[in-house]
Structure formats: C-alpha cells, structure tokens
Write a protein that binds this ligand. Sequence first.
Ligand SMILES: [Zn+2]
Length: 161
Amino acid sequence: MSAREVLLYPDRRLKEVALPAQSADVERVEADLIDTMDSLGHCVGLAAPQLGELVRIVVVDVSGHPKAGDHNGRLVLVNPVLAGSEGSKVGREGCLSIPDLTANVRRAETIAVEHAGGSFESSGFEARCIQHEMDHLDGILFLDRVASLVDDVFRRKTYSG
Ligand SMILES: [Zn+2]
C-alpha cells in the first residue's frame, strides 16, 4: 500500500480494456489508488489502469474542488457500470496521464452508476469525473472524446504537481 507512479500516455496499458476486479485484487488496488490520489493534492480521480493495474476499479473524490457542487464524497467504485444518463454538456478536462493538455469534452450531466458496493446518482462535475475515470477502464482517454483535435485541445500554461 503506497503512492505509486501514474502511467503517462502513450503507455500502451492506458489503451487496454481492464478486466473485472476479483476480490483478491480489490483491497490492494483500492489502497494504492487512494494513497496515490491523496499524494497528489489536486487529484479528483484515478483509475486502476493508470497504475498499470488492468482491473475495473476507480476512485473519485471531488470534495473541496471549486467546481464540485453536490457530490457523494469519496467514491471507491469496483466494477462500475453506467446504468443511465441524462443531458449533455461540454466541459474542460485534464488527465494525470496526459499532463500537458486539457480539452473540451462532451459528457452526460446526470448519471446512474451501479457498482459492487451498491448504486447511486451523480451530476455535474462529479458525474463528469466518474465518466472520465470509467472511460479509463475501457482504454478510452479524454482526447478520444473531443469533437475537434484542432479547436478543443489546449496546452496547459502552467504545470502543477
Ligand atoms: Zn484520466
């Protein structure tokens, strides 16, 4: 259990489809995801494949983020499935695995999620983060979702962390 290095694009493991998490994986991978997220102060979410663990586990915690709004606190999602979605909105996203770019990405505004621990609804910024992290489980990066690689992708002006 420790903070680990986050894989950077174009590491090929970021493009793989992760396998369902088995109970033997869960405790160790969850702990590493949480420790890594906490070690990066500004981090609102992380997916197991970003640590090179190709299993379907993500953590999201938008509490304290200026864009947060309503949220569900610290979420540890094992084998999450998008059970429903409503609305759509374009918003700016970044990714620890692609640290020098941000992009405008269209996402559902409200989602229903089922996971090993139950089910819940989320909206706004938290729902965006959950969708971003769940995409990592299918080898999808936010750049794969931009409408235009010319108009919707931006180089970060400053580096943080
Ligand atoms: Zn990401």
